[in-house]
Design a protein around this ligand. Structure first.
Ligand SMILES: *Cc1c(COP(=O)(O)O)cnc(C)c1O
Length: 386
């Protein structure tokens, strides 16, 4: 139950066992076309989508390299770890990075964002980098509120959002919310092993490409925009097994009723997790990291453990019960654990994971407030009726 790479469906694993195909024509090209036709709807955009054979970091780099130049300034909105790490990656390419600090226990401060952009009268800031869901803090930022802050400041910066943890989990509307560029990756909500990254770009992001000075020969959008050979979409040999996997995962999303049905399932599963954590909470024991419920992610939950030894809980659950909980990372290391509820998850998995976690807590004599599993089951019962 770690928050990525998430559990891969058997159907997707089986699809990956497909033999290598001709990469220039025939079936593999059809598979690739099907994926490229489906992907814009996942981010809810009419813009272009680019694939890169990499993890999320590679997609971050593709976003930066195709829109910015050495010396350009970007404003990174901290709300955990990942936006800051994205900024560090951009800094290596010579981008001038300023971080708008966050508390780690709540969303981006949109008033501070508006104030900072309003103060940037010469429009030196070329892009604003944020995450929708931060996988370390488990905050779900309010993307439309961030857009509104940029607009209120009358600022032309490109708005780039990392949805690596949240695509296929949380509601997301790239076009309707005025996002210029979205970054995703295969291994979280999209239910495919790590190894494919994605960047969705609207017209403003594509216009920035024209003058971007950081282009490189691998991540370059140019050949991918107008490929004369199919393999140029991947800057070389396509990731054959991943393409079969991605087609299967996208078909599963379709069969479930589309991305809206998938979002609703995540909301239901997350509600059960939240009910359990609420019930477990006690004065010096378990506590939500994200204080305000409306900013809790539907994909992952970070639980502060306070007097409880989170690492011991993880070891007991993993070695004695076969449940792998997520460890706390960054500033949350050593004082928290995480439950991933992203991608291929259903009530038996989530209720099983919560019950096993509770058994682990009980085996340690941890000071829990009450039965999380009673609360989670009751919550799930209410939601299953609907
Ligand atoms: C997992 C994750 C990343 C990093 O992805 P990698 O595949 O490890 O490079 C970036 N941002 C967010 C929000 C993530 O959850």
């Amino acid at each position: 139950m770690i928050p990525g790479p998430s559990v891969i469906p058997e159907r997707v694993l089986a699809a990956m066992a497909h033999p290598m195909s001709d990469i220039y024509s025939g079936e593999l090209v059809d598979v690739s076309d099907e994926i490229f036709a489906e992907l814009p709807a996942i981010a809810r955009t009419e813009g272009r989508v680019f694939a890169i054979i990499s993890n999320g970091h590679g997609a971050w780099l593709m976003a930066i390299a195709n829109t910015l130049s050495r010396g350009d300034k970007v404003l990174v909105l901290e709300s955990g770890i990942f936006a800051v790490v994205w900024g560090q990656l951009a800094a290596v390419s010579g981008v001038d990075v300023e971080v708008l600090p966050g508390s780690g226990r709540g969303p981006v401060d949109v008033e501070a964002l508006e104030a900072r952009l309003s103060a940037d009268r010469n429009h030196e800031i070329k892009a604003v980098l944020a995450v929708q869901t931060d996988t370390a803090s488990s905050v779900r930022n309010d993307v439309p509120a961030m857009r509104a802050a940029i607009d209120a400041a009358g600022h032309p910066a490109l708005f780039m959002v990392d949805c690596i943890a949240s695509l296929g989990c949380e509601p997301y509307e790239m076009d309707a919310w005025g996002v210029d560029l979205t970054v995703g990756a295969s291994q979280k909500g999209l239910m495919v092993p790590p190894g494919m990254g994605f960047v969705w770009a609207n017209d403003r992001a594509l216009a920035a490409y024209e003058t971007a000075g950081l282009k490189d020969g691998y991540t370059d959008w140019g050949p991918r925009l107008n490929p004369s050979q199919h393999y140029q979409l991947y800057a070389g040999t396509p990731p054959v097994s991943h393409l079969y996997a991605m087609r299967e995962a996208l078909r599963m999303i379709d069969e479930e009723g589309g991305v809206e049905a998938v979002w609703a399932r995540h909301e239901m599963l997350a509600s059960a997790v939240w009910a359990a954590v609420e019930a477990w909470s006690s004065p010096d024991g378990i506590e939500f990291n994200i204080v305000n419920p409306s900013f809790r992610s539907a994909a992952v939950t970070t639980i502060l453990s306070n007097s409880i030894d989170a690492e011991r809980l993880r070891v007991i659950c993993r070695d004695n019960a076969g449940l792998v909980l997520g460890t706390g990372i960054g500033a949350f290391a050593g004082r928290s654990f995480r439950i991933g509820h992203m991608g291929y998850a259903d009530p038996p998995m989530i209720l099983g994971a919560l019950a096993t976690t509770e058994a682990g807590l009980l085996s340690m004599g941890a000071p829990i407030g009450g039965s999380g599993i009673v609360a989670a089951t009751a919550r799930m019962g209410e939601l299953l009726e609907k």
